[in-house]
Ligand binder design. Structure first.
Ligand code: SAM
Length: 420
């Protein structure tokens, strides 16, 4: 492990613990997309920081986990059905990898100290101003579902610095230039090198520099397909609303049956020089089988590697028991390549062989919010630089990326930002 990781982490939000384990701070990574505004750490880290457990030392916490594990072991073991047995075998295979990664994190004492304070980072008391006074969030699904939706507009406020010449000298005066765009089923872009504030129904949204979004339902996704595949994407991150008990229970967003994802136009979104496709999957065995046997083949994606996202709390301990079947403290990102029209694209992907079993550790944000892993994938993305990146079913925006979904502005709400 390199010694200078902490200063690098403070800048980049990425701490390389060893060749296949990384700790990341999503807030630091996301903040690289903004110039005037900052992602509020206390809004991002709304969970896993305020429980009494999070102030426990890793040692005390590990002791209490051992006690819990013992209690559980005393219970009669449940018999697993065939599918659960396959899932268990898969889990047993990755478990040593995750335990090792976690051990490496617990050894990084400098990082653990910083981790404990991630939620209070960046803004000393009185230095940062909350942006939002609104008590409610807009529901884009409700708005997008009414007949007036195609007429709704978003106002983009570009802040401009104008040079004023007066009495032989010059001063800078700020002015706002407003542009208006249809908010649904339309590609809305901020091509500038500064973030901007946008307004929609008295709510404010912060749009990163050099980013764009398209807010539509899956039925309209074809409007994303570029006329020319030279304008397609080299990195396609997909986090589908998979059906699963907990998403249904909490009703945070609607889910869709697996077969709907077969029609995602991944191949048509792919750049001429090919694309790396990164798909978030849940730990359900039925889903894994569907992805391997149906989804990837239908999309024209060849499986290449798996990454794991290990979730930890502020005290560095995992967010749950590794062996708890329905609440595993990790999720999996399946990676594969989609060939572009360019015949050389296959060679390109082979040149940058993607490593298997990389572990990314972070403290989770809001429910189902995935960490921004784009930077960790860029070395394996085919094509020229800067890579063209898109996230499907996105709830946030990132500089240099296109975001598509039925609520890509969700985490752009000014309530998740502060200004210094
Ligand atoms: N990656 C996101 C994040 O990190 O916050 C989470 C994505 S979440 C798993 C799935 C998203 O798909 C939700 O925002 C949901 O509203 C959206 N979605 C559900 N049904 C959709 C549809 N028919 N068309 C477009 N998006 C849909």
């Amino acid at each position: 492990m390199e010694d200078n990781q902490l200063p690098l982490f403070m800048e980049s939000g990425i701490y390389k613990l060893n060749s296949n384990v990384f700790f990341i701070d999503p807030v630091r990574i996301l903040n690289r997309s903004y110039t005037r505004f900052r992602v509020s750490p206390s809004a991002y880290y709304s969970r896993f920081f305020d429980s009494s457990n999070s102030t426990q030392s890793p040692k005390a916490s590990e002791d209490s986990r051992k006690r819990k594990r013992k209690r559980k072991q005393k219970k009669k073991p449940q018999s697993l059905n065939e599918r659960e047995q396959i899932a268990d075998r898969r889990h047993q295979k990755v478990k040593p990898l995750l335990l090792k990664a976690h051990e490496v994190l617990l050894e990084a004492t400098d990082l653990l100290k910083v981790l404990r304070n991630l939620r209070n980072d960046g803004c000393a008391v009185g230095e940062c101003k909350e942006l939002s006074q609104e008590s409610s969030e807009l529901s884009f699904m409700e708005l997008g579902g009414v007949w007036q939706a195609p007429l709704y507009e978003i106002v983009l406020n570009y802040q401009r610095d104008d040079k004023m010449f007066q009495n032989g000298g010059s001063t800078l005066a700020q002015s706002i230039e407003q542009r208006v765009a249809l908010v649904f089923n339309n590609l809305v872009a901020n091509e500038g090198s500064c973030d901007i504030e946008a307004e929609l129904f008295n709510h404010k949204y912060i749009i990163p520099k050099r980013s764009c979004f398209c807010m539509s339902d899956l039925r309209q996704i074809d409007s994303l397909i570029p006329a020319d595949s030279d304008c397609g994407f080299n990195l396609i991150v997909i986090d589908p609303p998979w059906e699963n008990g907990s998403a249904h229970q909490k009703l945070r967003y609607p889910t869709l049956p697996n077969r709907y994802f077969l029609s995602l136009p991944v191949k048509q979104l792919c750049h001429t020089s090919g694309a790396l496709v990164a798909l978030w999957v849940t730990n359900r065995e039925k889903l894994r089988g569907f992805v391997e046997n149906d989804l990837f083949p239908k999309w024209g994606v060849t499986y290449a590697a798996s990454f794991y996202w290990l979730k930890v709390k502020a005290n560095g301990m995992m967010t749950g028991e590794l062996d708890l079947i329905h609440h595993r403290p990790y999720e999996c990102l399946l990676l594969g390549y989609c060939d572009g029209k360019d015949t050389h694209s296959r060679n390109l992907t082979i040149l940058n062989l993607i490593p298997d079993n990389q572990v990314v550790i972070s403290v989770p944000g809001d429910y189902s919010r995935k960490p921004p892993i784009g930077d960790l994938l860029l070395d394996y993305v085919p094509g020229s630089r800067p890579a063209r990146c898109i996230e499907l079913f996105a709830r946030e925006m990132i500089a240099g990326w296109s975001s598509w979904g039925n609520e890509p502005l969700h985490f752009q709400d000014s309530r998740y930002f502060v200004i210094q």
